[in-house]
Design a protein around this ligand. Sequence first.
Ligand code: BGC
Length: 251
Amino acid sequence: MSKQAIGIDIGGTGIKGALVDAEKGVLLSDRERIDTPDGGEPDDILNTVVQIFERFDQLDANAPVGVCFPAIIRDGCTMSASNISKKWIGLEAEKLFEARLGRPIHFINDADAAGVGEVQFGAAKGKNGLTILTTLGTGIGSAMIYDGVLIPNSELGHLELDGKQAEKRASASVKEDEDLSWEDWAKRLQKYYEYLESLFSPDLFLIGGGVSKNAGDFLPLLELQTEILPAMLRNNAGIIGAAYLATLGPN
Ligand code: BGC
């Protein structure tokens, strides 16, 4: 197993990458970030990913590459598009990235990659039972992990909450757009996590996404039966998880 890998995390707002020590689960380089191009069109996202990749390719031209993406991924195809262009739906995205990067990649949903990162190196390591990681960002992503094994493409951000998709009520971008206080946002999160509890009876909730660095502002406001913790790898969980998976080989 190669120790170094490049992880690239494509989000609705930013595209981030780094060179990762995939044995230790830590970044070996600075994180490179470029805004996701407006509209999230396939060509524009591909071009941005190439730009980020080239920077790290110079550091290690043999490093395996993992790419995570904010959509349902089946057999290398992107099958949904909530916060990116609808043109992604049904695209053979993995092949497109491989053609542009000139390398095989491991391709996976962004929240699933974060879940894998947390299982290997973070707060879900060695946890039995059901861990649900949710990433609170532009949308809400989810990873369901049972006894350390990922159940992919769970898409729990699209459950209905107050008559809308949960991610349109409780994501971090909604907090920002509606200028919600931590208290008001926490009320929505309370409902959302209670709902998840009633459906899945999890053993642990993990909170990822950029806002996880502010966990102290909102997690103490939640009253749940389930333990709820910030992702240990914070917003790098996706990069690290994708890089780790890349060392196991392309999909
Ligand atoms: C997408 C998910 C993704 C999440 C976080 C949602 O809108 O449907 O696939 O994991 O956003 O990016």
